[in-house]
Design a protein around this ligand. Structure first.
Ligand SMILES: Nc1nc2c(ncn2[C@@H]2O[C@H](COP(=O)(O)OP(=O)(O)OP(=O)(O)O)[C@@H](O)[C@H]2O)c(=O)[nH]1
Ligand SMILES: [Mg+2]
Length: 346
């Protein structure tokens, strides 16, 4: 079957906006492979995005995230809402074969045109994966998916970061996984808008719920203050219209395999969505995200330019000199920036 229109920028974009799934898959491939069309595609689609509610589901390996996502997506479909799902491939060694497993757990959704499931593989640097995931979320958003769910394994900083780019982050815990306080260490507590204690059919679920509620009683930091600390541009942020109206993360008990507690969890997600909009925090969040993204892209762009200008021989020589303590790294970078500023103009 020939799809000549899917070879051009304009053709891909109009096919995507018309709901063509093949165009969607191709665009995502362009982004993942960082082809020459990737950036023009992102530029063309960016103004179309911004409508979807983005939900992050994170938690330790095997807590039942994929099964929960499957249940949530099924309920959203009953409400006639379209759902895009991105499973970020675990980088942890103990989750081999997760992809195949996810296919099985999400098979209820197969063949439904209102659902799109995509796995993102770890490639290159972790920062690269985070950015690629953000870009794919944007494409799904532009394609008109009303709810976008990202599943990540909350083990590494990068996975946590990916989950926290969502508007609503659900942290999944399971009883009997060891120390409940583990969650704090992983930095997962700070990003949680909602907790799901899954596998509530198992021994110890109530203890986990209690442990979480106790930690929440110790006080919740305002995540919008802390999340982007130090990683942002100096920017004036819009004020939340009701700054003292704080959200206290609710804790839901679920049995994902029996679809118990899922509709309550979904209601909690939708409630949080309404809270974000009403309090002005959704807008604040969009600003925070834009500022973070701009900073990251600016840094990478400048870095690439400076490094290209210097050339590998000069870089090698400087690395050697710093390693030998012939020069300190601050002075070295000053010299690099000076060399870049005085580069011959062509
Ligand atoms: N008893 C019980 N088992 C569950 C429940 N939810 C999921 N499971 C099982 O737990 C196992 C892991 O479920 P997944 O949904 O793959 O968990 P996950 O968090 O996505 O796993 P990774 O993506 O590998 O980190 C599967 O065998 C599920 O059938 C539950 O509520 N109760
Ligand atoms: Mg999974």
């Amino acid at each position: 079957m020939a799809h000549p229109q899917l070879n051009t920028l304009a053709g891909l974009v109009s096919a995507l906006l018309a709901g063509n799934r093949r165009a969607l898959a191709r665009i995502i491939s362009h982004i993942e492979d960082n082809t020459a069309l990737a950036q023009p595609l992102l530029a063309a689609l960016y103004p179309r995005a911004g409508q979807a509610h983005i939900i992050g589901i994170t938690g330790a390996p095997g807590t039942g995230k994929s099964t929960l996502v499957n249940g949530l997506a099924g309920l959203y479909r009953q409400r006639r809402l379209s759902v895009g799902i991105i499973a970020v491939d675990p980088t942890s060694p103990f989750s081999g074969g997760a992809l195949l497993g996810d296919r099985v757990r999400m098979r209820d959704l197969a063949g439904d045109p209102g659902v799109f499931i995509r796995s993102m593989a770890t490639r290159g640097s972790l920062g690269g994966l985070a950015q690629a995931t953000a870009d794919v979320i944007m494409v799904l958003d532009a394609a008109g998916f009303e709810r976008i769910i990202i599943e990540t394994v909350g083990v590494g900083q990068s996975e946590v970061e990916i989950a926290s780019t969502a508007y609503t982050t659900v942290v999944v815990e399971a009883p009997g996984l060891g120390d409940e306080v583990q969650a704090i260490k992983a930095g997962v507590l700070e990003i949680a808008d909602i907790f799901a204690v899954n596998k509530a059919d198992r021994e110890g679920a109530d203890r986990t719920v209690m442990a979480l509620k106790m930690m929440l009683n110790l006080g919740i930091p305002d995540k919008y203050q802390i999340m982007h600390h130090g990683r942002m541009l100096p920017v004036t942020l819009p004020l939340a219209s009701a700054p003292d109206q704080q959200w206290i993360p609710p804790v839901y008990k679920t049995v994902a395999t029996q679809k118990q507690g899922i509709s309550e969890l979904l209601e909690g997600i939708e409630e949080h969505h309404r809270y974000l909009v009403a309090s002005g925090r959704r807008q604040l969040r969009s600003h925070l995200r834009a500022a973070t993204e701009l900073r990251m892209i600016l840094r990478d762009t400048l870095l690439d330019r400076v490094l290209a200008e210097l050339g590998t021989a000069a870089i090698d020589a400087m690395v050697h000199a710093v390693a030998q303590r012939q020069i300190d790294p601050y002075t070295a970078v000053k010299q690099w920036v000076a060399a870049y500023n005085h580069r011959p103009t062509t």
